[in-house]
Design a protein around this ligand. Structure first.
Ligand SMILES: C[S@@+](CC[C@H](N)C(=O)[O-])C[C@H]1O[C@@H](n2cnc3c(N)ncnc32)[C@H](O)[C@@H]1O
Length: 229
C-alpha cells in the first residue's frame, strides 16, 4: 500500500519557549527540544510515527514536544483514512492516543503534556465531526492520557508524590473492532526481565523473544466506555 503522508502543519505542538527557569534547568535539566529538532528527529523514524498503533515511550517527556508531534502525525493518517466515518475515526484516534507513553518528574509538565495531547485530538475531532462529537470519546481519550502520561521518576522507576509506587504502564490492545483489552505491566519488571534474559521484545527473525507477564489484566471493554470500567 502506498504510504499516505498527511499535510503537517505545526499546531499546538509549537511551544517554542525552551526553558522555564534557571532553577529548573539546574535541578532537572529542563530544556525543551525546539520544534525544528523534533521534526528532524521524528523524520528519522517517519514510518513508525505514521503507524497508528506504533508505541512510543518518552521517559523524560517534559511538556510533550515529541509526543504531541507524534500524535499529530498519527492523527493525520487517521483523518486521511477514516475522516469520513466517525466510528472508525474514533476507534483509530483512541488507538493512536493509547500508543503514546510519557514520564516526567515535574507535575506541571505532566499536566501540560496530557492537556496538549488532548488538544491535538480535540481540535481535529471537533473540526471533523462538530455536533455529532461525543463526550464518551473525549472521556476515553482523557482517561487513557491520565494512565499513559505518568508523574514519575524514570531513574527510580517510581511515581512521585506522597506515596511513591512502582511505575505501571497500561497496554491497550484493540480486539474485534470496538473492544479494548487493557493489561498493566510494571515498568521496572519489564526492564529487569528484558535485561536479564538479553532477549528482544520483538523480532521478525524467528529468534526467542521476551514475553512479559502482566501485573494485572482487565475485562474487555468497549473503547468508548473505557473510562467507566
Ligand atoms: C531536557 S528536558 C526534555 C523534555 C522533552 N523530552 C523535550 O525534548 O522537550 C528534560 C525533562 O526531563 C525531566 N526529568 C528530569 N529528571 C527526570 C527523571 N529522573 N525522571 C523523569 N523525568 C525527569 C525534566 O523535568 C524535563 O522535563
Amino acid at each position: 500500500m502506498p504510504s499516505q503522508k498527511p499535510a503537517r502543519e505545526p499546531t499546538v505542538a509549537s511551544q517554542e519557549r525552551q526553558t522555564v527557569s534557571r532553577q529548573r534547568v539546574a535541578d532537572h535539566g529542563e530544556v525543551y527540544t525546539a520544534q525544528r529538532e523534533v521534526t528532524a528527529m521524528l523524520d528519522l523514524v517517519d514510518q513508525e510515527t505514521m503507524r497508528i498503533e506504533s508505541r512510543f515511550l518518552e521517559p523524560a517527556c517534559g511538556k510533550g514536544n515529541f509526543l504531541t508531534a507524534i500524535l499529530e502525525r498519527k492523527l493525520g493518517v487517521v483523518q486521511l483514512r477514516y475522516g469520513k466515518n466517525q466510528l472508525e475515526y474514533e476507534r483509530n484516534a483512541v488507538l493512536g492516543v493509547s500508543s503514546l507513553y510519557g514520564i516526567d518528574i515535574l507535575e506541571d509538565n505532566v499536566a501540560t503534556c496530557r492537556e496538549r495531547l488532548f488538544e491535538v485530538f480535540e481540535q481535529q475531532y471537533t473540526s471533523l465531526f462538530k455536533a455529532t462529537t461525543t463526550d464518551d470519546c473525549r472521556n476515553a481519550v482523557r482517561y487513557i492520557l491520565e494512565r499513559n502520561i505518568i508523574w514519575g521518576d524514570a531513574l527510580t522507576l517510581k511515581t512521585v508524590g506522597e506515596t511513591p509506587q512502582p511505575i505501571v504502564f497500561a497496554e491497550w490492545s484493540p480486539v474485534n473492532g470496538s473492544m479494548l483489552k487493557r493489561r498493566d505491566f510494571t515498568f521496572g519488571e519489564l526492564l529487569d526481565q528484558a535485561e536479564m534474559r538479553e532477549m528482544p521484545l520483538f523480532s521478525d527473525l524467528g529468534e526467542d523473544v521476551f514475553i512479559p507477564k502482566p501485573a494485572k489484566e482487565y475485562p474487555l471493554t468497549h473503547f468508548l466506555k473505557v473510562a467507566d470500567a
